[in-house]
Design a protein around this ligand. Structure first.
Ligand code: AMP
Ligand code: ZN
Length: 486
């Protein structure tokens, strides 16, 4: 096995990766809260862990990858109502209809981006019993208290023997200052305490019986319960976006420690944010772009549509721990790079081998592994793949030669990294068909233009609508009409 380095957010250092059990990796990643469509920022974090999952699989590990669905329990700050209930009320649907709608959307979107499904995808509502049991254990261990039908984690008490702040490096005094006013806070002994169980107000829709009355679980508990249930009290990797480090992951550590007297996670991994116009993409501020908008080009921040593979390539060009700013220029440039890579790969099958090699395939291959072993450095991997593009073109020009064996190894390595690990899809292999499609749509665009000049609005609308029905979207811009295929 290759020596692998992983940046551990717990120690803020790159560490040699050694799994708890030889040959096995247990990885938990916080999943989406299914009350609205995922935006491209969410997709980025899940994609980083998909790439990480794929690399472990490639290295031969047996991986149990658990990614949950949060379908209950996320409190909004000010009204102490979870987001799913709020949305259910707004759309006049059952909370479980909201959950179903956005879970399906989440799966469909990830499929378009060529994600591997996790090994287990547990839901918060499917683990209410386990959450109640965990609260009972924490109460028994003296680290929680009940007030008026709610149960809170006693952060100060916990901090007497453990370190609340071990992950986020926050001091407890800062936590006091930064704690925002939550409904029912007056019930708490101290403002930094967090809810394990909340009493349900009469209008709260998602509610369960518990030893403390009717209520619902707190924000952080589901992940503690589901990760340790499926991966054990101690497991290898816990991931999520950087914004979850505090309070969510800090609280997860405290809860698990309070239940099991052991630190739950060996390597904490945090993906960085996707921004747009320099600001974090986010559901609540509206500063986001949806995957469907990327595909169709129907968003004011982009000039045209892009395929899922181009979007994936765009994201993989940045290291998962770096902030990545989304812009039309940046993804447009990524598309050019992606096409160059795919054109070279298409050439691979047409190349001729020789009796000697003038390029060191083994050294190049090792550089690809070195990049991935250095905390999953996909931008460096992609730079190495562009070196391969150069070599492919030189072989094609008879300026570099490879023996049969070397060529085989070279081609396999390119394919492994491009298809299995970066999970790109070669959309340009059916170049011929897409050229024909472009030609046909160009004819229809010209006919529509003529119809509009003749003020034949019925015909121009008919052309547009029938194309939409086929999943082809026309977009009128300053430079004329373009199209995208969903
Ligand atoms: P949520 O559904 O809000 O819990 O978010 C699901 C995941 O997406 C979490 O791991 C977040 O950290 C992550 N996330 C949210 N916004 C962004 C963003 N702008 N860039 C990258 N990841 C994000
Ligand atoms: Zn979580």
């Amino acid at each position: 096995m290759q020596t692998q380095f992983i940046y551990n957010s717990l120690t803020n250092k790159k560490e040699v990766f050694k799994s708890l059990k030889d040959g096995y990796v247990g990885m938990y990643v916080c999943g989406p809260t299914v009350y609205s469509n995922v935006h491209l920022g969410n997709v980025r974090t899940f994609m980083s862990f998909d790439m990480i999952y794929r690399y472990f699989l490639h290295l031969g590990y047996k991986v149990r990858y658990v990614r949950n669905i949060t379908d209950a329990g996320h409190l909004t700050d000010d009204d102490a109502e979870d987001k799913i209930s709020t949305k259910a009320r707004l759309e006049q649907l059952e909370p479980m209809e909201i959950v179903q709608k956005y879970t399906v959307d989440f799966h469909q979107i990830l499929q378009k981006f060529n994600f591997l499904p996790p090994s287990i995808e547990p839901t918060a509502t499917g683990h209410i019993l386990e959450q109640i049991q965990a609260i009972e254990t924490i109460l028994k261990n003296g680290l929680a208290y009940e007030v008026n039908g709610s149960v809170y984690f006693d952060v100060l008490k916990y901090n007497e023997t453990e370190n609340y702040g071990i992950l986020s490096k926050r001091k407890i005094e800062d936590a006091i200052e930064n704690t925002r006013v939550l409904d029912g806070q007056s019930d708490k002994k101290n403002s930094q305490d967090f809810a394990l169980w909340k009493k349900a107000l009469p209008e709260h829709i998602q509610r369960w019986d518990s030893p403390w009355g009717v209520g619902f679980p707190g924000w952080h508990l589901e992940c503690t319960v589901m990760s340790t249930k499926y991966l054990g009290e101690e497991f290898d990797i816990h991931g999520g976006g950087m914004d979850l480090k505090f309070p969510h992951h800090e609280c997860e550590i405290a809860q698990a420690q309070a239940c099991n007297h052991v630190a739950p996670v060996k390597y904490w991994m945090h993906g960085n944010m996707l921004t747009m116009n320099g600001k974090k993409m986010s559901k609540s501020t509206g500063n986001n772009i949806l995957p469907e908008e990327i595909f169709s080009g129907d968003n004011k921040n982009i000039s045209k549509g892009y395929t899922a593979s181009v979007a994936r390539f765009f994201m993989m060009q940045a290291h998962y721990r770096s902030v990545l700013d989304f812009s039309d220029d940046a993804i447009f440039a990524a598309e050019k790079g992606f096409n160059r890579l795919m054109e070279a790969i298409n050439l691979l099958d047409k190349l001729e081998v020789s009796t000697s090699s003038t390029f060191d395939v083994k050294a190049w291959k090792q550089k690809c592994y070195d990049a991935m072993n250095d905390d999953f450095n996909t931008p460096v991997l992609i730079a190495n793949l562009f070196e391969a593009v150069k070599i492919i073109n030189l072989i094609n020009d008879n300026k570099v030669t490879l023996t049969v064996e070397d060529f085989k190894e070279f081609k396999t390595t390119v394919n492994v990294f491009v298809y299995d690990i970066l999970a790109l899809e070669n959309t340009s292999t059916n170049n011929n068909n897409s050229d024909k499609l472009s030609g046909v749509v160009a004819i229809l665009i010209a006919l529509r233009k003529q119809a509009r000049e003749n003020k034949d609005w019925a015909l121009s609308d008919q052309i547009r609508d029938e194309l939409i029905a086929l999943g082809i979207q026309l977009k009128d811009g300053k430079e004329g009409t373009t199209f995208s295929v969903n």
